[in-house]
Design a protein around this ligand. Structure first.
Ligand code: TXA
Ligand code: MG
Length: 323
């Protein structure tokens, strides 16, 4: 069910005052819902143990699944983690932007151990969204922010997608409009001279090779022992209705989401453009959920480039495993 707009009294238009208020709330250990270029995040001061624990509680997130810490730039990142050459190259090429680096945590990082779920590594990202960047600069804090959805549900790419239970736990929401990219960041483990993709996302393996010359391989949720992305073990991105992939046409009761020449009731991209499809994916699934249909059917998405990240989310949404 989509929440009626009137119930959300916490949203504020980003501006100097609201950004200052958001930074002050974070400093006081409150949770703030913040826009990023990928999805909305549920943010807290990553050094504040209580605040970080509140994120886990609000989302119903298992405590073994670590959070991404958001920082404004490489300099701030280097205060929290060790960078090898590959990590440095990646950060220079893609930050600010939707690439998350899993790096060895510095002993003096000051981060709450809950953020990293007790791991020796920390996931860092410098987001590109102007509002998020303004909050990071204003607060001077490393901000832990998972997607602002209850664990196991769809990520919000618009304020209207926010779940009432999440809204209740937040002190305020900065409304940055619809997220430009619409899919979560790519989570990578920088190796000595290659890159392991722990979670496919907005930045593709091809993008990494093209921009840096580094080889990037998909870990397919596995990765070396202890360094896999714990979130990939869960049934993530799960809509409230059963979902059928590769559907050329809809069956009785199904809400059909199209792509390219397959029209559907709504289309991720009539032109068959994968960037547009990624941007529209979660909004389309949210629309299907609140349509009154009993199931969702979605057209085939080519398994190349950004299509791999889209299919990763759809396979999880269609999957049967618990999480
Ligand atoms: O685009 C995004 O990344 C959004 C925005 C808000 O920045 N955030 C996001 O956070 O998607 P979340 O918590 O929904 O997903 C974080 C992913 C999870 O799959 C988690 O397991 C993985 O990153 N992760 C976090 N720390 C890790 C670590 N130290 N090692 C391996 N994977 C890690
Ligand atoms: Mg998430």
């Amino acid at each position: 069910m989509q929440m009626p707009k009137a119930e959300n009294t916490k949203s504020q238009t980003p501006g100097r005052t609201s950004i200052r208020r958001a930074a002050a709330s974070l400093a006081k250990g409150k949770l703030v819902i913040l826009p990023t270029e990928t999805v909305y995040g549920l943010g807290a001061d990553a050094r504040n143990d209580d605040a970080v624990r509140r994120i886990f509680r609000a989302k119903g997130r298992p405590d073994f699944n670590p959070l991404i810490v958001h920082i404004p730039d490489i300099k701030a990142a280097k205060a929290l983690a060790e960078f090898n050459d590959t990590a440095h190259t990646l950060a220079k090429a893609f930050w600010p932007g939707p690439l998350t680096l899993v790096l060895p945590k510095r002993a003096d990082s000051g981060l709450s151990p809950a953020v990293t779920a007790g791991l020796e590594t920390v996931a860092l990202r410098a987001p590109a969204h102007a509002v998020m960047r303004a909050v990071l600069r204003e607060s001077g804090l490393p901000v832990a922010a998972p997607s602002a959805n209850p664990s196991g549900r769809l990520s919000p790419t618009e304020i209207d997608h926010l779940d009432p239970a999440i809204l209740r736990e937040a002190e305020m929401v900065l409304d940055g409009g619809p997220c430009e990219r619409g899919l979560e960041s790519t989570v990578v483990l920088p190796g000595k001279d290659s890159v392991l993709i722990l979670r496919p996302g907005v930045i593709t393996a091809e993008d990494i090779t093209e921009r840096t010359g580094l080889t990037a391989t998909d870990a397919d949720g596995e990765g070396p022992a202890g360094i896999r992305s714990p979130g990939q073990l869960l049934r993530h991105y799960s809509p409230k209705l059963p979902l059928r992939r590769n559907a050329v046409r809809a069956e009785e009761g199904e809400f059909h989401i199209g792509f390219g020449t397959i029209k559907g009731r709504i289309s991720l991209s009539p032109a068959g453009d994968l960037e547009e499809a990624a941007r529209n994916l979660f909004a389309a699934l949210h629309a299907a959920e609140s349509s009154g249909a009993t199931a969702i059917a979605i057209a085939p998405i080519p398994d190349e480039g950004l299509g791999r990240a889209i299919n990763d989310r759809l396979i999880r949404a269609a999957g049967k495993s618990a999480g």
